[in-house]
Ligand binder design. Sequence first.
Ligand code: ADP
Ligand code: ADP
Length: 225
Amino acid sequence: MATIELDRLVKRYGQTTVVHGIDLSIQDGEFVVLVGPSGCGKSTTLRMIAGLEEISGGEIRIANRVVNDLQPKDRNIAMVFQNYAIYPHMTVAENIAFGLYRSTLSKSEKRQRVEQAAETLGLSHLLERRPSALSGGQRQRVAIGRAMVRDPAAFLFDEPLSNLDAQLRTQMRIEIKRLHHRLGTTSVFVTHDQVEAMTMADRIVVMRDGHILQVGTPLELYEKP
Ligand code: ADP
Ligand code: ADP
């Protein structure tokens, strides 16, 4: 688990500034949702935390360490994407184990991690299946499993539910929260969906045009006049 701190974080594409020096302190174990309309800079912010996008200014600290110049793989965080990013030619077990690609763990330790993640996610009976034989929710769980086996200090979720139908979305919201309660891993979750923000967040960060508009608990932001 880890704290994540953004200090005057800036992103420019050419002449255009899309993240305008935002400050944010995320506590150890906190589930923070970045919410706001399409194009407001949520995904760019998340990708900068992950190290998938270079920063134009400011500082990012994960577990009190400045990570500005660290490769994604050295940041000890795991991303869960909207498009699953799972491989059709691999089984569920192989897809989950891919999170440990290049890890120095022994074979048996890797297998143990994969089995543990599969059990936590209710995938134990599906380990030999290919993704084509899975439901949308099961595929999403495989993607989460791949992130989990890395035992990351933080999870970063980039609109992971937006490709799912309404019923599955509700179910996965609950499952992700249950997982968070169980693991207690610091999580940053990006969505344009206010219901997701309200029902999942410990704290909501409302973004507009590359700025942070408001920060508060769901109660503070939505129950007040
Ligand atoms: P959100 O996740 O809130 O929908 P993004 O972070 O994806 O928003 O995008 C923020 C802004 O940055 C948008 O105006 C988008 O068009 C712009 N943008 C994103 N990626 C690039 C890029 N590679 N080059 C130029 N502009 C980009
Ligand atoms: P290790 O951290 O043990 O060296 P790698 O980082 O080399 O393993 O894994 C290979 C690639 O897969 C890296 O680019 C890593 O960032 C990426 N990767 C695998 N699973 C995930 C995940 N869930 N989230 C983010 N990146 C991942």
